[in-house]
Design a protein around this ligand. Structure first.
Ligand code: B1M
Length: 215
């Protein structure tokens, strides 16, 4: 087993300290941060996801694995973040109402911040009205939403409805993402962009914050 296999093994078995330690070793051995993220941490999350889906592990084990993921991310964060001096734009970000999953949302935040964007992170289980109020009050350019449940993704449409009701839809670009979300769903609810992963979300948000995209 190489060090990246160790990371994914420790992650899906929930050994947070070993994950953090192994990530540091991988960094010391010269592995690029993106490779440690993809082949170590995210690979470990894929394994726990499969076990969970097949009924081979349960919610407690999954929570412990999620904590181990966060422990690894903490060590990796400084390497994933580039130094940015000026804010390139402002994004309000959160996981939609009814949904507590935040690992993907936190990755999106990390990647957006490392691209110089200012992020207002509303956390998880965020009501539609809160996305809209904060976007207006904080003069954000982008509203970015994450959903991991087929039962919560409908809440994204509610945010667009609230923007329409407040007659401010044209002021903001709405971005959506998360495992059950797709381009077809994005078109169906009238959002502006669906992106598949955190890196793509960061580049799309950066584009939306450029003057030519301002409405
Ligand atoms: Co949950 N869970 N979970 N869970 N959980 C899933 C999502 C599930 C697919 C597992 C399964 O059955 N196979 C399933 C959903 C089924 C469905 O609706 N289709 C599920 C379920 C059912 C549940 C509960 C209902 C279980 C229960 O209680 N019986 C419950 C719901 C609680 C709630 O939210 N109300 C629940 C609870 C939990 C835990 C608390 C135990 C834990 C969450 C811990 C946490 O987040 N702090 C958990 C976990 C960890 C998972 C799995 C195993 C892993 C999710 C994850 O973090 N992946 C997941 C199975 C899976 O996904 N294979 C599962 C890693 C993360 C980096 O990926 O979040 O997809 P992801 O983010 C990706 C992209 O999607 C994208 O970028 C990231 C990659 O760069 N992305 C965006 C995400 N947001 C984006 C936004 C963007 C752009 C891209 O733009 C704005």
């Amino acid at each position: 087993m190489n060090i990246l296999d160790n990371i994914s093994y420790y992650l899906h078995t929930g050994a947070a300290k070993d994950v953090a330690y192994s990530v540091q070793i991988a960094i010391n051995e010269g592995y690029p941060a993106e490779e440690i993220l993809q082949k170590g941490l995210l690979h470990g999350m894929d394994i726990i996801g499969e076990l969970f889906q097949n009924g081979d592990c349960y919610v407690p084990e999954t929570i412990v694995a999620a904590r181990a993921m966060n422990a690894g991310l903490e060590v990796l964060k400084p390497l994933l973040q580039k130094q940015c001096i000026a804010s390139m734009g402002k994004v309000v970000l959160g996981t939609v109402k009814g949904d507590m999953h935040d690992i993907g949302k936190n990755l999106v935040k990390l990647m957006m911040e490392s691209n110089g964007l200012e992020i207002i992170d509303l956390g998880t289980d965020v009501p539609a009205e809160q996305f809209v109020q904060v976007a207006i009050n904080e003069q954000c350019q982008v509203i970015a939403m994450s959903a991991l449940l087929t039962t919560s993704m409908g809440a994204m449409k509610e945010v667009i409805k609230q923007l329409d009701l407040a007659r401010v839809r044209e002021r903001f670009k709405v971005m959506i993402g998360g495992a059950p979300v797709s381009t077809a769903f994005c078109e169906k609810i009238g959002a502006d962009a669906y992106t598949r992963d955190a890196t793509a979300a960061a580049s799309q948000a950066l584009k939306f914050c450029k003057p030519e995209y301002m409405r």
